[in-house]
Design a protein around this ligand. Structure first.
Ligand SMILES: [Zn+2]
Length: 275
């Protein structure tokens, strides 16, 4: 799933082009993709977007007149593309906006399961839709993170991925961040000493900034990640082969030497914990 660095890179790319021309035609939209019916999509037609904004892993496209917000959540397999006039697009997009002059904003989703979503909302309704999200991960800072860690004792990998607590991080960047901070994915948040909280806050910023810079240059997953999905590859710090453990419904990658004092972590699948 695209996370904060990927979404922010897309937002920066889309910000100018989506505001260049008014919308000529809104839709079609796949019945499973469009989550709202009132106001109807056609109310977008003739209006101009103010640009692209982002909140957590969602993109927001407010209209210039301040009356409507188009909210897009790509989930795992959704992709958003801006097509210039004449560019070839998919035959059956999950969602499409066509601008005057012929450019298009197109949402596609690989696979048969439609999870990506598009909402057309008033600004107030959009605020409500986003109200459950925690503070943005990038720039969170040690004080706010320290307060979050002290609230309840959570395993760090799970805590970082919880959008209600910290918004924007998923499993891939949780792996990168915890490795950078030299913390075990299974460490409990309340056990962190102030120096470790500071280190984790720094790791969040450094890793998300690194990801954003790479994604803006078009780097693929293999070049962007250094720990995530790198099973048996040498750790970029110490050379120890990267290990993997199943946790909840996720696969966690870590360096046993840098993060767990040489210990190999045991599987903690949710299904097993529930038994
Ligand atoms: Zn290492």
């Amino acid at each position: 799933m695209p996370e904060l660095p990927e979404m922010e890179a897309w937002r920066r790319q889309l910000d100018e082009p989506v505001a260049a021309f008014p919308i000529a035609k809104a839709g079609p939209a796949h019945v499973a993709t469009l989550k709202t019916f009132d106001p109807p999509l056609s109310t977008l037609e003739g209006r101009r977007l103010a640009g692209a904004r982002r909140r957590a892993k969602r993109l927001l496209f407010p209209t210039e007149d301040g009356e409507l917000v188009l909210l897009v959540h790509l989930m795992t397999a959704g992709r958003l593309r801006y097509l210039r006039p004449g560019d070839k697009g998919p035959k059956t997009p999950a969602f499409r906006l066509e601008f005057q002059g012929g450019a298009k904003l197109v949402l596609t989703e690989a696979g048969s399961k439609k999870r990506a979503g598009v909402w057309l909302l008033t600004p107030e309704a959009a605020e409500g839709e986003l109200a459950h999200l925690g503070p943005e991960a990038l720039g969170l800072g040690a004080d706010a993170l320290g307060a979050i860690c002290a609230q309840e004792s959570r395993r760090l990998h799970s805590l970082l991925r919880d959008q209600k607590v910290i918004a924007g991080i998923g499993r891939a960047w949780a792996n990168e961040i915890l490795h950078h901070a030299k913390l075990s994915p299974f460490a409990l948040s309340r056990d962190l000493v102030p120096g470790q909280v500071q280190g984790l806050a720094t790791a969040i910023d450094v890793e998300l900034e690194r990801g954003l810079e790479l994604r803006e240059r078009g780097a693929n997953d293999a070049r962007t990640y250094r720990v995530h999905d790198k099973l048996h590859e040498p750790c970029y710090v110490c050379g120890t082969p990267v290990a993997r453990v199943d946790y909840e419904e996720h696969t966690v990658y870590y360096c046993p030497d840098c993060q767990t004092g040489g210990r190999i972590l045991k599987d903690r699948r949710l299904s097993r914990l529930l038994r």
